[in-house]
Design a protein around this ligand. Structure first.
Ligand code: C2E
Ligand code: CA
Ligand code: CA
Length: 555
């Protein structure tokens, strides 16, 4: 027992050391001899001896920490290092020392493995996502700061990923499938990681990928590769899950100088990818920022407009081409803007495509239409079938069908007086099973389905077998050509024939001239809609029109 420690050497001291799982020691800084308390042999497996005796048992990366003790000039120091036990395991030792004279160091060492492990686990938990094990938002921000901060001054690419139809996987296959999907995606991202590339999960189905050391072209090529790999369908219990991935790309230093700015730029590009048709990869451009601000302003203004009842449906009649009678109306949104007058949806289309606002505006408009319908019936007028448009985002909303059916019940309106209009892309750009389930849910409740803008999207007549619809609306662009060339006429005629064979009603949109009307009659089109017959009108004008029709019929 060394002199210093021997001074305290009584049974109590040694017992206290053992109870605290501690080693007391003293080092001669001239000879580097270390004297240790008796507890040392039990706890770390070495007794008194040269400094090298302990150094060779310390992890090579940590060795300098212990070797440097007493040489810094400071009076008190503390270090934590990894130590190999005699059994070959590793423990963490904390050592606290005091330099009592120029040649003498006294210290105490104790095992902090448990605390250290718990601390690491907490850190790991704080920085990683539970489900996928990928770094989380906090950890990702650190990585990004580091990548920008000097490690890769020559360029850092950032990719924001978002799955287009993940919600639908959850809705139709359950959360277990959703979790499986996310874990598979995480696995794919991990496979692409390494060489400085880091992937992180931010929340839900949002991921970020940081790829340093790429120029603009390489960054785009990498993002495309990412889209290909990550966008592959996922097999789950003999089912195929597919959600489509949209990617927004930004690059340091071209698009932003800070980590925050870079994330914002990638988000804006992602937003653009979603809006230009989804399942795309889009690189940030400065002018995109402006568009996003405009849109935000518009959306918040529209929220107010909904609150003040400034948004209302107008109605455009549909005409039976054989009898000339009104068969129904299409409801079309109008915004009575206090400064800009009556706005058509061109000015606020974004609201219909916003994931949150679309549900609100759609539900709101649908109720307004129902109120108008109740009022018409009260005064004894029957407007026929009312067509109501559902945007891509609104159709995608898990609650939409239930809301529609519930609203019909609330107002006690028979579902048969309703037709829901969706475009081909609304059906085709998403999980087919989910889309079909929604369509069937609506039809089961007696609501008719109309395929809007037919011919302009990716659909072909063959899709009519996948999705059971009741009506197809031939897009205005075909009607425009119908009189001018034989080809235009042949297309419309073909659609009418096939639709007839499938038992579907055909409505021609945007009929503006008598010539167009006659051509449509000649090919056997059932109904038409257009300025030739009437522009969309307010509720009051609908009342006038229906009264006049009833009077004409009575005559
Ligand atoms: P859409 O569903 O194809 O509606 C027909 C559009 O063509 C309407 O424009 C209508 O006013 C216009 N139109 C009708 N006849 C003629 C014509 O003879 N010539 C010309 N040039 N145009 C004609 P509107 O009301 O501006 O609506 C534009 C689009 O906005 C609609 O196209 C629809 O996609 C969307 N929209 C309107 N209301 C709603 C709504 O309540 N919900 C949703 N999701 N979308 C809506
Ligand atoms: Ca429509
Ligand atoms: Ca249309």
């Amino acid at each position: 027992m060394p002199e210093g420690i021997a001074q305290h050497h009584d049974g109590w001291f040694e017992l206290a050391l053992r109870a605290g799982r501690m080693v007391a020691w003293e080092q001669d800084l001239v000879t580097d001899h270390v004297s240790r308390s008796d507890s040392s042999v039990d706890l770390i497996g070495i007794g008194s001896g040269p400094l090298s005796g302990i150094l060779e048992r310390i992890h090579p990366d940590d060795r300098h920490l212990r070797a440097g003790l007493g040489r810094s000039g400071r009076q008190e120091e503390e270090v934590v290092f990894r130590f190999m036990t005699a059994e070959g395991g590793q423990i963490w030792l904390a050592t606290r020392v005091r330099r009592v004279s120029p040649e003498r160091l006294i210290g105490i060492s104790f095992d902090v493995t448990e605390a250290k492990t718990a601390q690491d686990r907490i850190r790991e938990m704080a920085l990683h996502d539970d489900l996928t094990g990928l770094p989380n938002r906090t950890c990702c921000a650190e990585h990004l700061e580091r990548a920008i901060g000097g490690a890769h001054p020559d360029g850092v690419a950032l990719m924001a990923l978002d799955f287009d139809y993940f919600k639908e996987i959850n809705d139709s296959f359950g959360h277990e499938a959703g979790d499986f999907f996310l874990k598979t995606i995480a696995g794919r991202l991990r496979a692409l990681s390494g060489k400085g590339v880091t992937a992180a999960r931010l929340s839900g189905d949002e991921f970020l990928v940081i790829a340093p050391g790429l120029d603009r072209q390489e960054a785009m090529a990498f993002a495309r590769k990412l889209a290909r790999r990550v966008g592959q369908p996922v097999e789950y219990r003999s089912q195929t899950l597919w959600a489509g991935v949209s990617i927004g790309l930004s690059r340091y230093p071209d698009d932003a100088e800070t980590a925050d700015g870079l994330v914002k730029a990638a988000d804006i590009a992602l937003y653009r990818a979603k809006n230009s048709g989804r399942s795309r990869t889009v690189a940030f451009k400065p002018e995109m920022g402006h568009v996003v601000e405009e849109r935000q302003r518009l959306l918040s203004e529209l929220r107010g407009a909904l609150r003040y009842g400034q948004v209302q449906p107008f109605y455009q009649p549909k005409i039976d081409l054989r009898t000339g009678r009104i068969t129904g109306f299409e409801a079309l949104a109008r915004w009575f803007h206090p400064e800009r007058g009556i706005l058509t949806p061109v000015s606020f289309q974004a609201a219909f495509e916003d994931p949150h606002l679309s549900l609100r505006i759609t539900t709101y408009l649908f109720r307004r239409v129902l109120v108008d319908l109740v009022n018409l019936r009260r005064i004894g007028l029957d407007p026929g079938t009312i067509s109501f448009n559902l945007s891509n985002a609104a159709f995608g909303h898990p609650k939409i069908v239930r809301r529609i059916v519930a609203a019909l019940e609330t107002f006690d309106i028979p579902a048969e007086s309703f037709e829901i209009e969706v475009t081909e892309n609304v059906l085709l750009n998403r999980n087919e099973i989910v889309a079909r389930r929604k369509i069937n849910h609506l039809r089961r409740n007696g609501i008719r389905i109309s395929l809007d803008d037919f011919g302009t999207g990716n659909a072909s007549l063959s899709h009519l077998q996948t999705f059971r619809v009741d009506t197809i609306k031939i897009d205005k662009s075909f009607v425009d050509d119908i009189c001018d060339d034989a080809k235009g006429r042949a297309i419309v005629s073909g659609i009418v024939t096939i639709a007839g064979a499938l038992g579907l009603t055909v409505v021609a949109e945007g009929v503006e001239t008598i010539g167009q009307k006659e051509c449509l009659q000649a090919v056997g089109c059932d109904q038409a809609q257009g300025y030739l017959f009437s522009r969309p009108m307010s509720y009051d004008r609908v009342v006038d029109l229906l009264r006049k029709e009833t009077a004409d019929q009575g005559r």
